[in-house]
Design a protein around this ligand. Structure first.
Ligand code: GLU
Length: 314
C-alpha cells in the first residue's frame, strides 16, 4: 500500500507548540517516505470543539508550509460510517449497551477493592456485559474478551512503535470493555479514529506519545473491522508548566506565526533536528533528509523519559 499519513487535530483550540510537533513529525515522515499527508479534523466531541478553530488550524498549518495532499475530512460528517461499524459489532455480538453511570462504575470498582490510579480511567468491571438488569441503556461498549476469543488474538496484545520499540498491553485486564458510543450519544474517539484511518487508507500513524496507551485498543478495533494495522510512531511531548502534556489548560499559547520558522525550529528541536536558518521551504527540505535517523536512533529515546502517558478517553 502506498504510504498515507495524517495529522488529526481536535479543534478544541488553535495549534500550540505541542501539537505542532505532531503535525511536523507526521508531515516529515510522509515526505521522507515519498508519501501522502492528510489532515483530519477530529470534531466528534462537539461540546469541546470551538467554532472556527478548525479553519484556524488549517491556516496555521499552511503558514508553516504544511499543506495536506488531499481533501480535509471532518469527523462530524462521518456519523453513518461510525454507525455502520457499531452495527457490525452488534451483529457479531461484540458490542453491548451499558446502563452504568460513572458513579456506578466507580462504586463497582471500589467494591472489588480496585483503587483508581491518578489519570487512568477505571477499568469497566463488566456490569452490563450480560444484560442491563433493568437499567436504561446509556453507552455502547465493546466486549473485548469476545473479540479477542473470536478472532484468536493473543494477549497481551503486542505491537511495535518505530520510536519506542516493542509495546504490549493486556486490553482485557488493563482497559476492559471500552466505550464505542458515549452516554451522551457522541461517538468515542477510539471508534471514530479507527474507522477513519481505515477509510482514508492510513498506512502510517505519527502522533504524540500521550496517545500511545490508546494504540492496543485501536488495534483490537482494526481487527474487529477487518482493517489492516498501520505502522505507529509516537513523538515526544512538550510539557506544560505543571509537567503534564502541554495544553490550553496548563499554559499553551497559540502559535505566533508572524515568523513560522521560530515555531518550526522549536518543534524541530523536540524531534532532535538541528536548528535551521534557511527559508521555510529549504528548512523543511533539510529536516526531511535528517528526520528518519533523528526519530529512530536509540539516543532519541531519552526524549521520552519524562513523558508519562495519560488517558482521558476510556
Ligand atoms: N484528535 C486526537 C488529538 O488531537 C489525535 C488522534 C490521533 O492522532 O490518533 O489528540
Amino acid at each position: 500500500m502506498p504510504y498515507t499519513g495524517r495529522f488529526a487535530p481536535s479543534p478544541t483550540g488553535p495549534l500550540h507548540a505541542g501539537s505542532l510537533v505532531a503535525a511536523l513529525a507526521s508531515w516529515l515522515d510522509a515526505r521522507a517516505h515519498g508519501g501522502k499527508w492528510l489532515v483530519r479534523i477530529e470534531d466528534v466531541d462537539t461540546p469541546r470543539c470551538v467554532p472556527g478553530v478548525d479553519q484556524l488550524i488549517l491556516q496555521q498549518l499552511a503558514r508553516c508550509g504544511l499543506v495536506p495532499d488531499g481533501q480535509v475530512l471532518w469527523q462530524s460528517t462521518r456519523h453513518d460510517a461510525y454507525q455502520a461499524a457499531l452495527n457490525h459489532f452488534m451483529a457479531q455480538g461484540w458490542a453491548y449497551p451499558c446502563g452504568c453511570s460513572r458513579k456506578d462504575i466507580e462504586d463497582a470498582q471500589a467494591a472489588l477493592g480496585h483503587a483508581r490510579a491518578r489519570h487512568s480511567a477505571a477499568v469497566y468491571p463488566g456490569t452490563c456485559r450480560l444484560g442491563l438488569n433493568g437499567k436504561a441503556p446509556r453507552a455502547w461498549r465493546l466486549n473485548v474478551q469476545r473479540v479477542i476469543d473470536d478472532l484468536q488474538l493473543a494477549l497481551p496484545l503486542a505491537w511495535h512503535d518505530r520510536a519506542l520499540g516493542p509495546q504490549q498491553q493486556d486490553v482485557v485486564q488493563e482497559v476492559g470493555d471500552f466505550v464505542l458510543r458515549r452516554a451522551d450519544g457522541l461517538w468515542a474517539y477510539q471508534l471514530a479514529v479507527v474507522v477513519d484511518d481505515g477509510a482514508q487508507g492510513i498506512t502510517h500513524i505519527v502522533r504524540g506519545a500521550d496517545l500511545t496507551d490508546n494504540t492496543a485498543r485501536q488495534i483490537v478495533l482494526q481487527h474487529a473491522l477487518g482493517l489492516p494495522t498501520p505502522s505507529y510512531l509516537h513523538t515526544p511531548l512538550v510539557l506544560g508548566e505543571n509537567g503534564e502534556k502541554l495544553s490550553k489548560q496548563n499554559g499553551a499559547q497559540a502559535l505566533q506565526l508572524h515568523d513560522p520558522l521560530v515555531a518550526l525550529n522549536a518543534a524541530a528541536h523536540v524531534l532532535s533536528l538541528p536548528h535551521s536558518g534557511a527559508r521555510l521551504e529549504e528548512a523543511l527540505a533539510q529536516w526531511v533528509n535528517l528526520y528518519e535517523s533523528s526519530m529512530t536512533t536509540p539516543a532519541s529515546l531519552a526524549r521520552y523519559e519524562s513523558t508519562g502517558t495519560t488517558d482521558a478517553n476510556r
